[in-house]
Design a protein around this ligand. Structure first.
Ligand code: FE2
Ligand code: FE2
Length: 166
C-alpha cells in the first residue's frame, strides 16, 4: 500500500465512525421526540457504519500497516423535524459515496489493487444505502404532517430487520 492510499483509508475510517456518530445523534433526537421506531432504525444504521469503519480497520491491519484514528467532529444534536433527520441522512450517504469514489480513484492511480478490491464492496454498499435512504425520504414526503400516517411510518421503521453481516 502506498502512504497516500494508507492515509486516505485511515481518513475514511474516521469518516465511517463520523457517520456512525451522526446516526447515533439522530437516533437520540428521534427517541427524545418519541419517534421510537425511527430511533431504533437509526441506532441500527449507526451500528452498520461502525461495522464499515471496522472493515477498513481490519483491512489496514491485514495489509500489515498502522491504523491511525483521527478526531471526530461533534454531530448536530437538533433537527427541525423527523423528516429532516432522514433528508440529512440521505445527504450524508451521498457525501460518503463521493468519498468512496475519490478513494477508489486514488487507489487506481496508485495501482493499489488490494485496496481497489476492498473498496468495491463499499461502492456496492453505497448504492444500497442511498437507495434505502431515498425510499425513506420519499415516504416522509408522502406522509407530510398527517399524524396517524407519521405514527404508522415510525412503527414500520421500528420493524426494520437487522442488517445481514457482511
Ligand atoms: Fe458507511
Ligand atoms: Fe452508510
Amino acid at each position: 500500500m502506498t502512504p497516500k492510499v494508507l492515509e486516505a483509508i485511515n481518513r475514511q475510517i474516521a469518516a465511517e465512525f463520523s457517520a456512525s456518530f451522526s446516526y447515533l445523534s439522530m437516533a437520540a433526537w428521534c427517541e427524545h421526540h418519541k419517534f421510537t421506531g425511527a430511533g431504533s432504525w437509526l441506532r441500527r444504521q449507526s451500528a452498520e457504519e461502525h461495522a464499515h469503519a471496522m472493515k477498513l480497520f481490519d483491512f489496514v491491519l491485514a495489509r500489515d500497516h498502522q491504523v491511525r484514528l483521527h478526531a471526530l467532529a461533534e454531530p448536530p444534536a437538533d433537527f427541525p423535524s423527523v423528516a429532516e433527520v432522514f433528508e440529512r441522512a440521505l445527504a450524508q450517504e451521498q457525501e460518503v459515496s463521493r468519498q468512496i469514489d475519490a478513494l477508489y480513484e486514488l487507489a487506481l492511480q496508485e495501482k493499489v489493487f488490494a485496496a481497489m478490491a476492498e473498496l468495491q464492496w463499499f461502492i456496492t454498499e453505497q448504492v444500497e444505502e442511498e437507495k434505502t435512504m431515498r425510499e425513506v425520504v420519499a415516504r416522509f414526503h408522502m406522509v407530510r404532517d398527517d399524524p396517524s400516517s407519521l405514527l404508522d411510518l415510525d412503527r414500520e421503521l421500528g420493524a426494520r430487520p437487522t442488517a445481514q453481516p457482511s
